[in-house]
Design a protein around this ligand. Structure first.
Ligand SMILES: Cc1ncc(COP(=O)(O)O)c(C=O)c1O
Length: 383
């Protein structure tokens, strides 16, 4: 065995012993409410495809037409020769959707978050990050080399104290709006007020709010009427918009700076034009077809009522504790035809391994009831 293979074996054994090893499981079907996995047909509660757009005819058709017109690869970063009119059309469409002065695309939410933070803050600055922020924001904070102040989850008083007590040239607060593994919603109005009181800038990650919250589906900032008071609103194309990629809605000046300085933007090949066209079609659906969101919320309310929890959004964690308990619960649900994944550290804190159910507009009432029934039969509940 090579030296590095021996390292891998040692680390894999350690992960397995702790119930933390991960395995790939390829689908043999499109993304959707029902999927084929390893020869089984399962009702899918693991996907962030909240509106069922990933395989929808309008999105597929837009991608296919752009594929014909532009081909597959973009050949280079946007600053070299990978930029296309499809990228600019999508940015203009997203700016209108987000009611923003400017929008800049990134290749993924991970790339956006790890690119934006280091472009704006560095040594001598401070970034204030919610304790349950997504890993991509955590990594963006680390890469920035600014001082990182992690405040307790959704604790605006603690955030305000930290903002008052931390000397720094620039202060930037960063938070998910809908927390990806807990499904709860940030106290955004209070966070905005704290930032304004302390002269701090604010960046939010709307990955799980875009398409789900807001009258037009533009996210929590829209729902609360805070679009004009949040400096950077990052959204993904990969969840409710059913594709791949991400964007930030911000001012023209900030977008211009990111074009020159955000390393994942500068040093990575541009998104395929077909993905841009697909996302444009998806935004048209989100804005033009409110029934999609109504169907999603019908399912959310039904599932929440069945679990006797609050209906806050499409993500429902069932916290079970140790990894093995979550893995075992996922196995039992699968036997009942339900696909849901065990979420374990480091994705979530130690001792909080869980099942994470995601609802979609594409689920039928029958699918939702199947999941509730499977949970009851398998005896799976919090704690
Ligand atoms: C809150 C949050 N931000 C960012 C990302 C990363 O987005 P992407 O999957 O497009 O890289 C995710 C997705 O997992 C997320 O949940």
């Amino acid at each position: 065995m090579s030296v590095v293979s021996a390292w891998a074996r040692e680390d894999l054994d350690a992960l397995s012993t702790r119930g933390l090893r991960r395995y790939l499981e390829p689908l043999d079907s499109p993304q959707g409410p029902v999927v084929q996995v390893g020869g089984e047909t399962l009702v899918n509660f693991a996907s962030n495809d909240y509106l069922g757009l990933a395989a929808s005819p309008s999105v597929r058709a837009a991608a296919a037409a752009a594929l014909e017109r532009y081909g597959m690869g973009t050949g280079a970063s946007r600053l070299v020769v990978g930029d296309t009119t499809a990228h600019h059309r999508l940015e203009a469409r997203l700016a209108a959707f987000e009611r923003a002065e400017a929008v800049l695309l990134f290749n993924s939410g991970y790339a956006a978050n790890t690119g934006i933070l280091p472009a704006l803050v560095g040594p001598g600055d401070a970034v204030f990050s919610d304790a349950l922020n997504h890993a991509s924001l955590v990594d963006g904070c680390r890469l920035s080399r600014a001082r990182v102040v992690v405040y307790p989850h959704a604790d605006v008083e603690a955030l305000s104290r930290a903002l008052a007590d931390t000397p720094a040239r620039r202060k930037l607060v960063v938070t998910d709006t809908v927390f990806s593994m807990d499904g709860d919603v940030a106290p955004l109005r209070e966070i905005v007020e704290a930032c304004e009181a302390h002269g701090a800038a604010l960046m939010v990650d709307e990955a799980h709010a875009t398409g789900v919250l807001g009258a037009r589906g533009a996210g929590l900032c829209e729902e609360l009427g805070l679009e004009g008071r949040v400096d950077l609103r990052m959204g993904t194309l990969s969840k409710a918009l059913g594709g791949m990629g991400a964007y930030v809605a911000t001012s023209r000046g900030v977008a211009d700076l990111l074009v020159s300085r955000a390393r994942p933007f500068v040093f990575s090949t541009a998104l395929p034009a077909a993905l841009c066209a697909a996302a444009e079609a998806a935004v048209d659906r989100v804005e033009g077809d409110p029934e999609l969101r109504e169907r999603l919320w019908r399912n959310i309310r039904r599932f929440a009522a069945g679990l006797r929890v609050e209906a806050r959004g499409a993500i429902f964690p069932i916290i079970l504790g140790e990894p093995e308990r979550a893995l075992d619960a996922a196995r039992r649900l699968r036997e009942a035809g339900v696909l849901v994944k065990a979420i374990r550290p480091p994705t979530v804190p130690e001792g909080t391994s869980r099942l994470r159910f995601c609802l979609s507009a594409a689920h039928t009432v029958g699918h939702v009831d199947l999941a509730l029934d499977a949970l009851r039969r398998a005896g799976v509940h919090h704690g």
